[in-house]
Ligand binder design. Structure first.
Ligand code: GTP
Ligand code: MG
Length: 301
């Protein structure tokens, strides 16, 4: 980006409790970039447990305050979930808004969602967030609950239509294959390789937010391949619920191809496979036959 960058200037902060864990901040940084922020600096603190008042140690929180001023920061992005007291104490100290990982993922989904289904699901997730989402804070509690009811009904109708379509496909003798895996693993690239779907591919996270299904003839066998939304570690549960309908294609598949990016470090491969398995278990797809597909082997050292 040029020096005329008009994107908001963000400072990333995270408390790390397990020093062995992978580099979360690089993923948070990528999420922040995709959400449209200019990441100016990153600060990590190792702690055994969060400080009840500030989450960070008080000294570190003050140091962050200094960086916010010095670097002319517009907002702080927190890799940890803060409770309302911690957040309010920190906002008072830092004088800038704080966005957590949940809000960040929500913002990406809101900016990128294409179909009515995805848009409705994301709006529901924002409305249902415990303690309210920043994006829906302008509405009264009653207005929020009415809107939730309205959106739930809308989603129900979309789901019924989709279910019907899916059933018809199965009845007509197709086997369903779902391409699943961590975001950016190369799912859409494989989809385009199997079919002529021409799904958008990019090196950024969460390029695909809607499923695409295409037929594919495997030596005379009729197959339907579905490209799906990517998984991510520590996906907020409420977003998992929101994306359940999208991931339903996976729960009804006869076979799951689980893409693994061979270009990642061993630690990241472990973290991402674990996140994928956890997500598959959460959506009750753990008993479906699964083939791990090691992708990007041309890049593997
Ligand atoms: N070198 C190399 N790059 C690949 C391969 N497969 C995919 N890519 C690249 O990896 C990046 C991500 O590919 P996508 O197909 O968009 O990945 P995705 O899993 O659909 O990602 P999301 O939809 O964002 O979750 C793109 O830049 C692709 O060009 C491969 O086999 N080799
Ligand atoms: Mg994709």
């Amino acid at each position: 980006m040029s020096s005329k960058d008009t994107r908001k200037r963000a400072l990333l902060v995270e408390v790390v409790f397990d020093r062995q864990e992978g580099d979360h901040l690089s993923e948070l940084s990528e999420l922040a970039f995709v959400a449209g922020y200019n990441v100016v600096d990153r600060i990590i603190q190792n702690l055994d447990r969060p400080n009840p008042d500030y989450y960070f140690g008080k000294g570190k929180a003050k140091l962050i305050k200094g960086r916010v001023k010095e670097l002319d920061i517009d907002l702080v992005i927190s890799g940890n979930k803060l409770d309302s007291i911690q957040e309010s104490n920190l906002v008072k100290m830092w004088h800038v808004p704080i966005v957590d990982r949940f809000e960040l993922i929500l913002e990406i989904f809101i900016n990128r969602a294409g179909t009515q289904e995805a848009i409705t699901q994301i709006r529901l997730a924002a409305l249902r967030k415990e303690g309210g989402s920043r994006l829906e804070a302008h509405r009264s509690k009653r207005a929020r609950s009415l809107l939730i009811q309205k959106l739930e009904k809308k989603l129900e109708i979309i789901k019924k239509t989709k279910d019907l379509r899916r059933k018809r496909r199965v009845q007509s003798g197709f086997d369903l294959v779902a391409i699943a895996g961590y975001t950016n693993a190369g799912k859409s690239t494989l989809m385009n390789g199997f079919t002529e779907a021409d799904v958008e591919v990019s090196g950024r996270m969460f390029t695909t937010l809607d499923t695409t299904t295409r037929s594919f003839d495997a030596d005379g066998r009729k197959i339907l391949v579905t490209d799906t939304v990517g998984f991510i570690s520590r996906l907020p549960h409420i977003l998992m619920d929101a994306f359940y309908a999208t991931l339903k294609e996976v729960t009804e598949a006869d076979l799951i191809l689980l893409l693994i990016d061979a270009n990642d470090s061993v630690d990241n491969i472990k973290r991402k496979v674990l996140a994928s398995i956890n997500t598959l278990t959460a959506i009750k797809a753990e008993n479906i036959p699964l083939i791990p597909v090691i992708n990007k082997i041309d890049l593997a050292q």
